[in-house]
Design a protein around this ligand. Structure first.
Ligand SMILES: Cc1cc2nc3c(=O)[nH]c(=O)nc-3n(C[C@H](O)[C@H](O)[C@H](O)COP(=O)(O)OP(=O)(O)OC[C@H]3O[C@@H](n4cnc5c(N)ncnc54)[C@H](O)[C@@H]3O)c2cc1C
Length: 390
């Protein structure tokens, strides 16, 4: 049986421009990302300069309006770009997804003046963003956050600690949800805080199981002063803004998960067709053939679901339930597929000589970020059965 070199995914893309875009991304992934992924993840190194290249190539503002420097791409195209990047290295795919999440509040709820002033640098001017919702004592129950913003003349003064912030300490701007009113979700307001604001500092990055190149850190706000012109949306609208960003962001996580799963399947197929036991390639054994078939089926199903949710979004229709379903299915599938890939590689799968174990460690975090998969099930059930009664 010949070695089966992985073939690029045969993508359904709406335009010639989108096909060119995917070719460009594959070229960047093959030349600039994949060859360094294992070593840099081992060393815990974030490729900041690569994000400069992605910005120059127009890849940090793809789903946003070209009027402010975005790429005007439909979500179904943007997500497939994320999938390609994540297949090469999750730190990069997820980094682009989080950056887009951080731009959402300003691009969707900002005033014209705010957009003209800040968006071009965020979408194509080399800046990197972070999204600050979680806190040490509020994760799934995000509406109970405690970071406070107090009005002082024309300014707001922000004090508190955000937790688990992707790009914490290296971001150029932070989209921050802080409490400006009473308890609960209606007392929260969103702000755009520059990374060099006085009083803003980050703790040492968390020591994580995977995605070690992506810095995740607590960010402290010690009386950080921002003008009211950096308030995004209305006072009290911050939680709704945060959730709206997450609906879109969850689709990004779903696409990244399918990228990681696809990379694991490609590796498993290549290995199973070249490794021989009992005088035959191990891919001859039905036990493994069925595993490969199931892995491929999960990936296709996940891709179809995130694309169908994206197409609803592109058509301006509600997509929140489908985004939660896509995040749930794609990330659970990635966990299963990457675990199976390790199994197919046998003992070698358990070593760092092959990327299968890295994919498995990376898949795990995707079941947790941007709402754990328990929370996705709650969101889906609410669409079906209404809110829980107390
Ligand atoms: C690598 C990484 C990057 C991250 N990046 C960011 C970021 O950039 N910005 C940001 O704001 N946050 C970020 N997060 C935070 C992430 O969104 C939270 O970790 C996540 O929302 C879960 O919150 P928690 O960790 O506090 O867990 P908890 O909310 O304490 O949950 C613990 C467990 O209880 C379960 N649980 C909680 N409530 C319920 C319920 N009602 N029903 C059933 N089960 C429940 C959860 O599913 C989970 O299994 C990141 C996290 C990680 C690990």
């Amino acid at each position: 049986m010949p070695d089966r070199a992985p073939q690029p995914v045969d993508r359904q893309l709406p335009t010639e421009e989108a096909r060119d875009l995917i070719s460009l991304v594959r070229e960047i992934a093959q030349r600039e990302i994949a060859p360094y992924a294992a070593e840099e993840e081992d060393a815990g190194r974030f490729p900041r300069e690569l994000f400069g290249l992605l910005s120059e190539s127009g890849l940090l503002g793809l789903p946003y309006d070209s009027e402010h420097g975005g790429g005007d791409q439909p979500y179904e195209v943007y997500l497939q770009v994320l999938e390609e990047l994540a297949a090469a290295r999750l730190t990069v795919g997820l980094g682009v997804s989080v950056h887009s999440l951080a731009c959402h509040a300003l691009a969707t709820y900002g005033t014209k003046e705010q957009q003209v002033e800040h968006l071009p640098a965020m979408l194509g001017g080399g800046l990197l963003g972070a999204y600050c919702l979680s806190e040490p004592s509020s994760g799934s129950d995000a509406a109970s956050l405690r970071t406070r913003a107090v009005r002082d003349g024309d300014d707001w003064v922000i004090t508190g600690t955000k937790a688990w912030i992707t790009h914490g300490g290296i971001a150029d701007f932070y989209t921050v949800m802080a409490r400006t009113g009473g308890e609960g979700s209606r007392g929260i307001t969103a702000f755009l805080v520059p990374g060099d604001a006085e009083g803003l500092s980050a703790a040492a990055p968390e020591k994580k199981m995977g995605m070690k190149g992506s810095p995740t850190a607590q960010v402290h706000f010690d009386e950080v002063r921002v003008p009211d012109s950096r308030r995004l949306g209305e006072e009290g609208q911050g939680f709704a803004i945060a959730l709206s960003a997450l609906d879109s962001g969850r689709l990004g996580i779903a696409a990244c998960a399918i990228g990681v799963a696809q990379a694991a399947l490609d590796e498993a197929v290549a290995y199973a067709t070249s490794r021989r036991q009992f005088g035959r390639p191990i891919a001859d054994f039905q036990g493994l053939r069925f595993m490969l078939a199931d892995m491929a089926t999960r990936i296709e199903a996940g891709r179809a679901l995130y694309l169908s949710a994206a197409r609803l979004r592109d058509a301006g229709r509600p997509f929140s339930k489908q985004a939660a379903m896509a995040k749930l299915l794609c990330t659970d599938s990635a966990m299963q597929v990457t675990t199976d890939a390790v199994q197919i590689l046998g003992g070698y799968g358990y070593t760092a000589d092959f990327p299968a174990e890295r994919y498995m460690r990376e898949a795990k975090v995707l079941q947790i970020v941007e709402g754990t998969n328990q929370i996705q099930r709650m969101v889906i059930a609410r669409h079906l059965a209404g809110p829980e009664s107390r």
